[in-house]
Design a protein around this ligand. Structure first.
Ligand code: CP
Length: 317
């Protein structure tokens, strides 16, 4: 695998899942692959899980790891071509990216949507410049429109805990005080649409996602109706996608918070969230602390999803 930015790069999901469970059984079995290889992780945005799990995955594979936080200690980067650089950004991405490529074998990039220009965000301007100019295989550690390492970990977790062959998976919008990107819900929808699960998305009117991601999912505006008979509840906030509200918070309606009463409508569903989560906005304390909550095993599977991706990239070098 050369680059990893979306579900399609991974090919057959059944084969990828088999590989994930092999890696999980013995995560040090492939250490030889990373010998004398260096991973560079570039963060334009904050992270806890992605940073730690990807670094751990690389170390399991015997790699050296370099981490760079662009906004803490590195030069501020200009990303627009043609700009007269007389402002606060002393370096251009077009020099910085190939320089970074000189020091490593594989690059991971985290670069969220900036909500300044929808087209730039949905064209993945920053991630694609790394692919174009670094001269190295590149993988997404959450980009403007997708978070594929998270979605792969979500899928692994569902496969581990599902009680029926074709579970009903419901992704629900939930309130949040700040404007969050659509990357996690877009990506989760893209991955669920590659399975044969029953997949339902529920959100208030005005929070419709890009149909290119929601695809064949059933959209249900009544959250309680959507929860009926669900095997998994995947909660997430996202800001509006449709213009003129792109990147804006248009509701913080706390009647959408996932609580025990709503979970009772489900088929004893498990609760999933990618974390970090705002308690009592997205989900109540009692649900996230209950035995149905899988948020910790889900986060643990981030190490496995990252390791499968890095393993495949190392095998292709
Ligand atoms: N879920 C996730 O990507 O967590 P971080 O933002 O902490 O990396």
């Amino acid at each position: 695998m050369k680059h990893f930015t979306n579900v399609h790069d991974l090919g057959d999901l059944k084969i990828a899942l088999k590989e994930a469970f092999e890696v999980k059984k013995d995560r040090f079995a492939f250490r030889h692959l990373g010998h004398n290889r260096t991973l560079m992780m570039i963060f334009f945005n904050s992270s806890l899980r992605t940073r730690l799990s990807t670094q751990k995955a690389a170390m399991n594979l015997g790699m050296n790891v370099i981490v760079l936080d662009i906004n803490q200690g590195a030069w501020k980067l200009e990303t627009e071509r043609g700009v007269i650089m007389d402002g606060d950004k002393p370096e251009h991405l077009l020099e910085a990216v190939p320089v970074m490529g000189c020091y490593c074998d594989i690059i991971g990039v985290r670069a969220f949507a900036q909500f300044e220009n929808k087209q730039d965000d949905y064209e993945e301007k920053i991630l694609n410049q790394f692919i174009q100019y670094s001269g190295r295989p590149v993988f997404s550690m959450e980009a403007a429109t997708r978070h594929p390492l998270q979605s792969f970990a979500d899928l692994i977790t569902i496969e581990e805990y599902k009680k029926t062959e074709r579970p009903k998976v419901v992704m629900t919008w939930a309130p949040h005080p700040r404007a969050l990107p659509q990357a996690v819900p877009n990506s989760f929808a893209e991955w669920m649409n590659k399975t044969d699960y029953e997949f339902v998305i529920t959100h208030p009117k005005g929070y419709e996602l890009d149909p290119a991601f929601t695809g064949k999912a059933r959209i249900e505006y009544d959250q309680r109706k959507a929860f009926e008979g669900a095997d998994f509840i995947y909660a997430k906030n996202w800001s509006a996608y449709e213009e003129p509200n792109y990147g804006k918070v248009i509701s913080t309606d706390r009647s959408w918070t996932v609580d025990t009463e709503k979970m009772k409508l489900t088929n004893q569903a498990y609760f999933l969230h990618c974390l970090p989560v705002r308690r009592n906005m997205i989900v109540t304390d009692d649900v996230i602390e209950s035995s149905c909550s899988l948020v910790i095993p889900e986060a643990a599977n981030r190490e496995i999803s990252a390791q499968v991706v890095l393993k495949r990239m190392l095998e292709s070098l």
